[in-house]
Design a binder for this molecule. Structure first.
Ligand code: URA
Length: 190
Protein backbone atom coordinates (compact mmCIF):
# COMPACT_ATOMS: atom_id res chain seq x y z
CA UNK A 1 0.00 0.00 0.00
CA UNK A 2 1.17 3.56 -0.71
CA UNK A 3 2.74 4.94 2.52
CA UNK A 4 0.48 8.02 2.59
CA UNK A 5 -2.60 5.81 2.20
CA UNK A 6 -1.30 3.49 4.90
CA UNK A 7 -0.82 6.42 7.30
CA UNK A 8 -4.29 7.80 6.51
CA UNK A 9 -5.86 4.36 7.09
CA UNK A 10 -4.08 4.21 10.48
CA UNK A 11 -5.51 7.61 11.41
CA UNK A 12 -9.02 6.72 10.28
CA UNK A 13 -8.91 3.38 12.07
CA UNK A 14 -9.04 5.42 15.30
CA UNK A 15 -12.68 6.15 14.32
CA UNK A 16 -13.60 2.71 12.96
CA UNK A 17 -11.97 -0.04 10.90
CA UNK A 18 -12.12 2.04 7.71
CA UNK A 19 -11.29 -0.68 5.18
CA UNK A 20 -14.08 -2.89 6.57
CA UNK A 21 -16.27 0.03 7.66
CA UNK A 22 -19.70 -1.09 8.91
CA UNK A 23 -21.10 2.39 9.62
CA UNK A 24 -23.84 2.40 6.94
CA UNK A 25 -25.60 0.11 4.44
CA UNK A 26 -23.19 0.98 1.62
CA UNK A 27 -20.96 -1.62 3.32
CA UNK A 28 -23.32 -4.31 1.97
CA UNK A 29 -22.81 -3.50 -1.72
CA UNK A 30 -19.33 -1.96 -2.04
CA UNK A 31 -16.29 -3.80 -3.37
CA UNK A 32 -13.58 -1.55 -1.89
CA UNK A 33 -13.62 1.39 0.47
CA UNK A 34 -12.15 4.40 -1.36
CA UNK A 35 -10.26 6.34 1.31
CA UNK A 36 -8.51 8.97 -0.83
CA UNK A 37 -5.26 9.60 -2.66
CA UNK A 38 -2.44 12.07 -2.42
CA UNK A 39 0.16 13.43 -0.04
CA UNK A 40 -0.80 14.10 3.57
CA UNK A 41 0.92 17.50 3.38
CA UNK A 42 -1.13 18.64 0.35
CA UNK A 43 -2.09 22.33 0.35
CA UNK A 44 -5.21 21.59 -1.73
CA UNK A 45 -7.89 18.99 -0.97
CA UNK A 46 -10.47 18.14 -3.62
CA UNK A 47 -13.75 16.65 -2.37
CA UNK A 48 -16.11 14.80 -4.70
CA UNK A 49 -19.37 12.99 -4.01
CA UNK A 50 -18.84 9.22 -3.84
CA UNK A 51 -16.90 6.49 -5.65
CA UNK A 52 -18.32 5.20 -8.93
CA UNK A 53 -17.92 1.76 -10.48
CA UNK A 54 -14.23 2.10 -11.44
CA UNK A 55 -13.29 3.61 -8.10
CA UNK A 56 -15.16 0.86 -6.24
CA UNK A 57 -13.18 -1.77 -8.17
CA UNK A 58 -9.78 -0.14 -7.78
CA UNK A 59 -10.14 1.43 -4.34
CA UNK A 60 -8.94 4.80 -5.69
CA UNK A 61 -10.85 8.06 -6.20
CA UNK A 62 -11.52 9.61 -9.62
CA UNK A 63 -10.07 6.92 -11.87
CA UNK A 64 -13.03 6.64 -14.32
CA UNK A 65 -14.58 9.11 -16.77
CA UNK A 66 -15.00 11.84 -14.12
CA UNK A 67 -11.36 11.28 -13.18
CA UNK A 68 -10.25 11.89 -16.75
CA UNK A 69 -12.17 15.17 -16.73
CA UNK A 70 -10.58 16.08 -13.42
CA UNK A 71 -7.10 15.31 -14.78
CA UNK A 72 -7.75 17.62 -17.75
CA UNK A 73 -9.01 20.41 -15.45
CA UNK A 74 -5.97 20.12 -13.20
CA UNK A 75 -3.60 20.12 -16.15
CA UNK A 76 -5.24 23.23 -17.65
CA UNK A 77 -4.89 25.08 -14.37
CA UNK A 78 -1.26 24.06 -13.85
CA UNK A 79 -1.98 21.95 -10.77
CA UNK A 80 -0.30 18.53 -10.54
CA UNK A 81 -2.60 15.69 -9.49
CA UNK A 82 0.23 14.23 -7.40
CA UNK A 83 0.31 17.43 -5.30
CA UNK A 84 -3.37 17.41 -4.27
CA UNK A 85 -5.29 15.17 -1.90
CA UNK A 86 -8.47 13.77 -3.46
CA UNK A 87 -11.32 12.23 -1.53
CA UNK A 88 -15.11 12.00 -1.42
CA UNK A 89 -17.93 12.83 0.96
CA UNK A 90 -18.72 9.11 1.23
CA UNK A 91 -16.05 6.47 0.89
CA UNK A 92 -18.20 3.66 -0.56
CA UNK A 93 -20.08 3.44 -3.86
CA UNK A 94 -23.84 3.94 -3.63
CA UNK A 95 -25.61 1.25 -5.69
CA UNK A 96 -26.16 2.37 -9.29
CA UNK A 97 -24.25 5.60 -8.50
CA UNK A 98 -27.32 7.14 -6.84
CA UNK A 99 -26.58 10.23 -4.73
CA UNK A 100 -25.54 9.36 -1.18
CA UNK A 101 -28.31 9.59 1.43
CA UNK A 102 -28.13 12.02 4.34
CA UNK A 103 -27.62 9.14 6.80
CA UNK A 104 -24.70 7.82 4.72
CA UNK A 105 -23.09 11.27 4.54
CA UNK A 106 -23.49 11.62 8.29
CA UNK A 107 -22.06 8.17 9.01
CA UNK A 108 -19.00 8.91 6.88
CA UNK A 109 -18.45 12.51 8.02
CA UNK A 110 -16.07 11.73 10.93
CA UNK A 111 -13.65 10.17 8.42
CA UNK A 112 -13.71 13.25 6.20
CA UNK A 113 -13.25 15.55 9.20
CA UNK A 114 -10.30 13.50 10.42
CA UNK A 115 -8.73 13.56 6.95
CA UNK A 116 -9.01 17.34 6.81
CA UNK A 117 -7.60 17.74 10.34
CA UNK A 118 -4.64 15.53 9.43
CA UNK A 119 -3.89 17.28 6.14
CA UNK A 120 -4.74 20.81 7.30
CA UNK A 121 -5.00 22.20 3.74
CA UNK A 122 -5.04 25.89 2.76
CA UNK A 123 -7.72 25.33 0.09
CA UNK A 124 -10.60 22.87 -0.16
CA UNK A 125 -12.33 22.51 -3.53
CA UNK A 126 -15.94 21.38 -3.15
CA UNK A 127 -16.76 19.59 -6.39
CA UNK A 128 -20.53 19.44 -6.81
CA UNK A 129 -23.57 20.12 -4.68
CA UNK A 130 -23.18 17.07 -2.42
CA UNK A 131 -19.67 18.11 -1.35
CA UNK A 132 -20.55 21.80 -1.05
CA UNK A 133 -23.68 21.19 1.05
CA UNK A 134 -21.99 18.58 3.26
CA UNK A 135 -19.06 20.88 4.07
CA UNK A 136 -20.88 24.21 4.29
CA UNK A 137 -23.90 22.71 6.10
CA UNK A 138 -26.44 24.64 4.04
CA UNK A 139 -28.18 24.55 0.65
CA UNK A 140 -25.93 25.59 -2.23
CA UNK A 141 -26.92 26.95 -5.65
CA UNK A 142 -24.02 25.94 -7.91
CA UNK A 143 -25.20 28.16 -10.77
CA UNK A 144 -24.90 31.22 -8.53
CA UNK A 145 -22.10 30.18 -6.20
CA UNK A 146 -19.55 28.31 -8.32
CA UNK A 147 -16.22 30.11 -8.38
CA UNK A 148 -16.94 31.67 -4.98
CA UNK A 149 -14.34 31.50 -2.23
CA UNK A 150 -15.58 31.15 1.33
CA UNK A 151 -13.15 31.56 4.23
CA UNK A 152 -13.94 29.48 7.30
CA UNK A 153 -11.59 28.53 10.11
CA UNK A 154 -8.52 29.74 8.20
CA UNK A 155 -9.36 27.56 5.18
CA UNK A 156 -10.46 28.82 1.75
CA UNK A 157 -13.34 26.80 0.32
CA UNK A 158 -13.94 27.03 -3.44
CA UNK A 159 -17.29 25.84 -4.76
CA UNK A 160 -17.40 24.37 -8.25
CA UNK A 161 -19.33 21.85 -10.33
CA UNK A 162 -18.55 18.15 -10.21
CA UNK A 163 -16.22 17.11 -13.08
CA UNK A 164 -18.81 14.48 -14.12
CA UNK A 165 -21.16 17.35 -14.99
CA UNK A 166 -18.93 17.99 -18.03
CA UNK A 167 -19.81 14.55 -19.40
CA UNK A 168 -23.40 15.64 -19.97
CA UNK A 169 -22.91 19.41 -20.38
CA UNK A 170 -19.75 20.00 -22.36
CA UNK A 171 -20.16 23.78 -22.14
CA UNK A 172 -19.53 23.48 -18.40
CA UNK A 173 -15.91 22.49 -19.12
CA UNK A 174 -14.77 26.11 -19.56
CA UNK A 175 -16.73 27.20 -16.50
CA UNK A 176 -15.14 24.58 -14.25
CA UNK A 177 -11.72 25.23 -15.79
CA UNK A 178 -12.16 28.92 -14.86
CA UNK A 179 -12.91 27.90 -11.25
CA UNK A 180 -9.81 25.68 -11.15
CA UNK A 181 -7.67 28.53 -12.48
CA UNK A 182 -8.89 30.60 -9.53
CA UNK A 183 -7.76 27.77 -7.26
CA UNK A 184 -4.23 27.91 -8.64
CA UNK A 185 -4.25 31.72 -8.25
CA UNK A 186 -5.34 31.30 -4.59
CA UNK A 187 -2.43 28.96 -4.04
CA UNK A 188 0.01 31.57 -5.32
CA UNK A 189 -1.49 34.12 -2.88
CA UNK A 190 -0.09 31.84 -0.16
N1 URA B 1 -17.25 10.76 -8.74
C1 URA B 1 -16.94 11.15 -7.48
O1 URA B 1 -17.60 11.99 -6.89
N2 URA B 1 -15.91 10.58 -6.90
C2 URA B 1 -15.15 9.67 -7.50
O2 URA B 1 -14.20 9.21 -6.87
C3 URA B 1 -15.49 9.32 -8.82
C4 URA B 1 -16.53 9.87 -9.41
Amino acid sequence: MDPDLERMVELLNEIDDILCCPRCDLALSRTKVVVGSGPLDARIVLIGEAPGRNEDEKGEPFVGAAGRNLDALLEKSGIQRRDVYITNVVKCRPPGNRPPRACEIEACHPYLQRQLEAISPKIIVLMGRTAAEAMLERKVNLGKEHGTVIEKGGIKYMITYHPAAMIYNQWLGDTIAGDFKKVSALLLEG
